[in-house]
Design a protein around this ligand. Structure first.
Ligand SMILES: Nc1nc2c(c(=O)[nH]1)N[C@H]1C(S)=C(S)[C@@H](COP(=O)(O)OP(=O)(O)OC[C@H]3O[C@@H](n4cnc5c(=O)[nH]c(N)nc54)[C@H](O)[C@@H]3O)O[C@H]1N2
Ligand SMILES: Nc1nc2c(c(=O)[nH]1)N[C@H]1C(S)=C(S)[C@@H](COP(=O)(O)OP(=O)(O)OC[C@H]3O[C@@H](n4cnc5c(=O)[nH]c(N)nc54)[C@H](O)[C@@H]3O)O[C@H]1N2
Ligand SMILES: [Mo]
Length: 687
C-alpha cells in the first residue's frame, strides 16, 4: 500500500515521545513542506491538544537549524563536539570495517548497543536494530531504566502490571495519584481526573515527597519521606484490617497470603508508620478509612517511586490494597499501572525484535550501569564499540561522570544515530543523521492508554537523514549480513505485528489504521478485569504478601539530604529539549527545592546559587526555598544537558546512584544523598 509522504494534504500521525499520552496528530503539508501541526481533535485521549514541548515540533525539531542532517566524523578530542561532514558511503565503509575488526579480534560481545525509547515507534525503536545486534552476537542490553521495578513488583502480586483502563478513572470517587506527577508527565490523563471530580465529586489525593504541580491541584497532598511508601501502604492495611473494613469475601475467594499480610501490617501501626513516613498519624488513619469505604477507588502509579532499592517490594505491597478492599469489583476501581501490557499481551510484539535470533548465552549489560560497563577493567572482552540510538545516556543514565569517563575513552569506537548533537553525540566518532517522526513510517505503542496509532510520514527526510531501521539495514548490507530478518520492510513488520487472533486486535488492520489514524484495542466491555478474580498468576489469586516487606533505605543522615531528581521540568521530555533554546529559556536554569529549615541550617536564602554535591559529582543550581519539600528532602529536575564551560547548571545524574533494586533489575536513581552549600548569594536579591 502507498504510505509515502504527500506533496499536499493532511497526514495522520502520532507523537514519538516516551510518554504515556502517545498523542495522535495531523500535519498539513503544502508543496512538500509541513506547514501546520495539530492534535487530532477526534482522538479521545489527545482531544485536540498536544503539549508545550511538542506544539513547536515543526520549528524546533523537523525544520530546526540545529538538526544533524549529514553523517559527521569526529575531528577533535572526544566530547569536544567538532566534526566534519562525510558521505554515507565513507561513513558506512569505515563503521562496518571497524565493527568487523572488533568482532574478529574480540568477539561480538565487544560491541554494545545502547538504546531506549527515544521513539515509541515499534519499527524505528525496537525491530531491525535488535535483529542486527542479535545477528552480530553483540552484548545484550538490559533495558531497565524505566518501569522495571514497578512491573516486577506488581507482577509478583497480581501476575500483571497493567491494572484497569486509565479512561475508567472517570468512574472513580477516590483517586490516589501515588508517586506520579500527572499534570507534568501524563497531561492528557488529567481531564479524566477532573471529570471524575466534576461528575462524581471524586477526591484527588497526591502522595509525593514533593509538592508538585499536580499536588498543587489536588484536594489533598500527602508529603512523605522518600522511599517510605511501603510503610504507608502497610499502615493503611493495618487500619483497614483492624477496623474490619476489608472485603473478607473478596480476600477469601481471590487472594492468598492474608495471614502473612496481617502479620506484616501489624508491624506498622499508624504511630510507627507516622514516625517512618513523616505523615501525621491522623492523616494515615483517615486515608485508610477513605480508601476502604469510598468506591470506586483508583490508585494511579507510574515510575517516580520505583527508582529505589525497594522499588519492586513497594509496588508488590501497593498491589495488595485493591485486593484487600475489593476495589476491583467496581468499575473505575483498582490500580492503573503500566498500560503498555495491553499491547504487549495482544500484539505480536515478538515479530519486532525476533527474540529467536538472539543467543541468550551472550553477556548482558544492565543499561543503568553503562559507566561501569565502559570503565570496569574486569569486563572481558572490554566494550570496544558502542552504538547509541534513541537515547542520550550522557545525560539520562545515572552516575554521569562515570558514563562520561567511559565515553571519553580514546580506544572506544562510538557511533551515535541522532537528530541533534546531544551530549552523547558530542562524544561520538561518528554521528549519523536520524529522521524525526514526520519523516518516517511507524506503528505507535502506548503505555498510557489503549489506542494504537499509525504514524504516516508527512514529508520526505531532510538532508541525508535516515530512519533507525534503515540505518541498520544499511549497516547489515555493508557487513555482508544476508539474513531474511533484515530484508523485511517497515510495512511488512507492521503487518506481522497486527497478524494475530487476539480478541483485543480483532478488526485492526494496517488499512484501517491508515484510514482512521488510530484505533482502540477492543478491551472487554465490562472494564473490571478481576471483579471475579482470575488473576494471571499460577493459582489465579492475587498474592497479598508476594515480596518481602520493602526495606526503608536511603533516609538522610549526617546533614545530608535525600535527593529526588524526577521529571519536574514541564518543558523537557527526559533529556530531549534539555539543551534546546526555547525550552531551556522557559525552564530558565536548574533549580533545587529546599525546605526552609534545611536552607536556614546552611545559610542559604531563596534565589542563592548552591552547589549540590556528593562522591559522584556536583551540580550548581538556583535554590528555591519554601514548603515544596520537607526537611531532609531536596528536589532537582532531571534532563538538563551538561553545563557550559562556566560549570554552572548541570545534569542531576552527575549525582545519582547507579545501583539496582534489591529484588529487581531496575534503578535506584532516587536513593541519592547529597550535601548542599551556598556558592553565591542571589546577586540581585530578586529571586
Ligand atoms: N513533561 C514530561 N513528561 C514526561 C516525561 C518528562 O521527562 N517530561 N518523561 C516520561 C517518562 S519516560 C516517564 S517514565 C513518565 C514518568 O511519569 P511519573 O512517574 O509521573 O514521573 P516522575 O517525575 O518520574 O515521578 C513522579 C513523582 O514521583 C515522586 N517520587 C519520587 N520518589 C518517590 C517516593 O519514594 N514516593 C513517592 N510517593 N513518590 C516519589 C517524584 O517526586 C515525582 O513527583 O513521564 C513521562 N512524561
Ligand atoms: N535523574 C534522573 N534520570 C532519569 C530519570 C529521572 O527521573 N531522573 N528518568 C529515567 C527514565 S524514566 C527514562 S525513560 C530515561 C530516558 O532516557 P533516554 O532514553 O535517553 O531519553 P531522552 O533523553 O528523551 O533521549 C532520547 C533521544 O532519542 C533521540 N531520538 C528520538 N527519536 C529518534 C529516532 O527515531 N531515532 C534515533 N536514532 N534517535 C531518536 C532524541 O533526539 C533524544 O536525544 O531517563 C531516565 N533518567
Ligand atoms: Mo521513563
Amino acid at each position: 500500500m502507498d504510505l509515502s509522504p504527500v506533496v499536499d494534504g493532511v497526514v495522520r500521525g502520532a507523537c514519538w515521545h516516551d510518554c504515556p499520552d502517545t498523542c495522535s496528530w495531523q500535519i498539513t503539508v503544502q508543496d512538500g513542506r509541513a506547514v501546520q501541526l495539530r492534535g487530532d481533535p477526534d482522538h479521545p485521549f489527545t482531544s485536540g491538544g498536544l503539549c508545550a514541548k511538542v506544539n513547536p515540533y515543526l520549528q524546533d525539531r523537523l525544520y530546526s537549524a540545529d538538526r544533524v542532517l549529514h553523517p559527521l566524523r569526529r575531528v577533535g578530542p572526544k566530547g569536544d563536539g567538532r566534526f566534519e561532514q562525510v558521505s554515507w558511503d565513507a561513513a558506512l565503509d569505515d563503521i562496518s570495517g571497524r565493527l568487523q575488526q572488533v568482532i574478529e579480534e574480540s568477539g561480538g560481545e565487544a560491541v554494545l548497543p545502547y538504546s531506549y525509547v527515544g521513539t515509541q515507534g515499534m519499527v524505528q525503536g525496537m525491530s531491525i536494530d535488535r535483529r542486527f545486534f542479535a545477528l552480530i552476537g553483540a552484548s545484550r542490553l538490559e533495558r531497565t531504566i524505566c518501569g522495571d521495578n514497578g512491573q516486577a513488583g506488581y507482577t509478583a502480586a497480581m501476575g500483571t502490571y497493567v491494572g484497569i483502563d486509565p479512561e475508567d478513572i472517570v468512574h472513580a470517587r477516590l483517586i490516589l495519584l501515588w508517586g506520579t506527577n500527572t499534570v507534568v508527565t501524563n497531561l492528557h490523563l488529567w481531564p479524566y481526573v477532573l471529570k471524575a471530580r466534576r461528575d462524581n465529586g471524586a477526591k484527588v489525593v497526591v502522595i509525593d515527597p514533593v509538592r508538585t504541580r499536580t499536588a498543587d491541584q489536588a484536594d489533598l497532598h500527602i508529603s512523605l519521606n522518600p522511599g517510605t511508601d511501603g510503610a504507608l501502604a502497610l499502615a493503611l492495611m493495618n487500619v483497614i484490617i483492624e477496623e474490619g473494613l476489608h472485603d473478607a469475601a473478596y480476600v477469601d475467594a481471590h487472594t492468598t497470603g492474608f495471614d502473612e499480610l496481617r502479620r506484616r501490617a501489624g508491624e506498622f501501626p499508624p504511630q510507627r508508620a507516622a514516625a517512618v513516613t513523616g505523615i501525621d498519624e491522623d492523616v494515615i488513619v483517615e486515608l485508610a478509612r477513605d480508601y476502604a469505604t469510598t468506591q470506586p477507588a483508583v490508585i494511579r502509579s507510574l515510575v517516580g517511586m520505583e527508582h529505589r532499592k525497594n522499588g519492586s517490594a513497594t509496588f508488590a505491597t501497593l498491589a495488595a490494597l485493591p485486593a484487600l478492599t475489593g476495589a476491583w469489583r467496581h468499575r473505575g476501581g483498582g490500580p492503573v499501572g503500566l498500560v503498555g501490557g495491553l499491547m504487549r499481551s495482544s500484539l505480536r510484539m515478538d515479530r519486532l525484535a525476533m527474540p529467536e535470533l538472539e543467543n541468550p548465552a551472550l553477556r548482558s549489560v544492565n543499561m543503568l550501569q553503562l559507566g561501569r560497563a565502559l570503565t570496569d577493567p574486569a569486563m572481558d572482552p572490554p566494550v570496544r564499540a558502542l552504538v547509541v540510538y534513541c537515547s542520550n545516556p550522557a545525560v539520562t543514565a545515572p552516575h554521569q561522570n562515570l558514563v562520561l569517563r567511559g565515553l571519553a575513552r580514546e580506544d572506544l569506537f562510538t557511533v551515535v544515530h541522532e537528530q541533534f548533537l546531544t551530549d552523547t553525540a558530542r562524544h561520538a566518532d561518528y554521528v549519523l543523521p536520524a529522521t524525526t517522526q514526520a519523516e518516517h513510517l511507524d506503528l505507535m505503542y502506548s503505555w498510557g492508554h489503549a489506542y494504537l496509532a499509525l504514524n504516516r510520514p508527512a514529508v520526505a527526510p531532510r538532508g541525508e537523514a535516515v530512519p533507525t531501521a534503515d540505518l541498520f539495514r544499511r549497516l547489515a548490507a555493508r557487513m555482508g549480513i544476508d539474513h531474511q530478518a533484515m530484508a523485511e520492510t517497515d510495512e511488512q513488520i507492521i503487518r506481522s505485528v497486527l497478524d494475530t487472533d487476539h480478541p483485543y486486535v480483532a478488526g485492526i488492520t494496517l488499512e484501517r489504521l491508515a484510514e482512521e489514524g488510530w484505533v482502540k484495542l477492543r478491551l472487554p466491555a465490562d472494564g473490571r478485569p478481576f471483579a471475579q478474580g482470575g488473576f494471571p498468576t499460577p493459582d489465579g489469586r492475587c498474592d497479598l504478601a508476594a515480596l518481602p516487606v520493602p526495606a526503608v533505605v536511603g533516609l538522610p543522615s549526617d546533614g545530608l539530604l535525600s535527593l529526588v531528581s524526577a521529571k519536574y521540568a514541564l518543558h523537557f521530555l527526559n533529556s530531549s529539549y534539555g539543551g534546546m533554546q526555547r525550552q531551556t529559556r522557559r525552564e530558565k536554569e536548574p533549580w533545587i527545592d529546599l525546605s526552609v529549615a534545611d536552607a536556614a541550617a546552611r545559610g542559604i536564602a531563596d534565589g542563592d546559587l548552591v552547589e549540590v554535591h556528593n562522591q559522584r559529582g556536583r551540580v550548581v543550581a538556583r535554590a528555591k526555598v519554601g514548603d515544596r519539600v520537607s526537611p531532609g528532602t531536596a528536589a532537582l529536575p532531571s534532563g538538563w544537558w551538561l553545563p557550559g564551560t562556566d560549570g554552572a547548571g548541570g545534569s542531576a545524574n552527575a549525582l545519582t546512584s547507579d545501583g539496582i533494586d534489591i529484588l529487581g533489575r531496575g534503578g535506584d536513581f532516587h536513593d541519592t544523598l547529597v550535601a548542599v552549600r551556598q556558592v553565591a548569594a542571589d546577586p540581585a536579591g530578586t529571586a
